[in-house]
Design a protein around this ligand. Structure first.
Ligand code: RB5
Length: 146
């Protein structure tokens, strides 16, 4: 099981928390992003790399952390086959996996803090995709016109 995780300067603590959870669960991790807050990093650069890694099959899932999670998700969702969800609470984490089969989870460290991210990541990882009618709907996501 391989995961790519990334953050900008606003999500370093969250990214480290994510790395600890994944390592604990036996995931092979590829880290992207700065190592200290002074290393200002544009979130799209990291999100592009993680989305490309998941799209190509280098990783099964991607986890992205920035200030709000929003910019990371906006960028990652430009990629066909990427289903990036901004996770804000346990219900969102559960539904993003169960109904939307999200393959990228985006967290806002300035919104949630590292401890909450740890907790919500657990819900995300523990929730299986329900398939069935949700699979039919998920298949329609990439039906882009023209
Ligand atoms: C960085 O200041 C901030 O804009 C970024 O981390 C993120 O919140 C963008 O969506």
């Amino acid at each position: 099981m391989r995961a790519m995780i990334g953050s900008d300067h606003a999500g370093i603590d969250g990214r480290n928390a994510v790395a600890a959870v994944l390592a604990d669960r036996g995931w092979e991790i590829q880290h992207l992003g700065p190592s200290n807050v002074d290393e200002k990093t544009d979130y799209p650069d990291v999100a592009h790399d993680v989305a490309a890694g998941v799209t190509s099959g280098d990783a099964e899932i991607g986890i992205l952390v920035c200030g709000t999670g929003q910019g990371m998700a906006m960028t990652a969702n430009k990629y066909c086959g990427i289903r990036a969800a901004v996770i804000t609470d346990a219900f969102t984490a559960e539904m993003a996996r169960g109904h939307n089969d999200a393959n990228v989870a985006c967290f806002g460290e300035r919104v949630l803090g590292a401890d909450k991210i740890t907790e919500l990541l657990g819900v995300f990882l523990d929730t299986p995709f329900e398939g069935g009618r949700h699979g039919d709907r998920v298949n329609k996501i990439d039906r882009v016109p023209g």
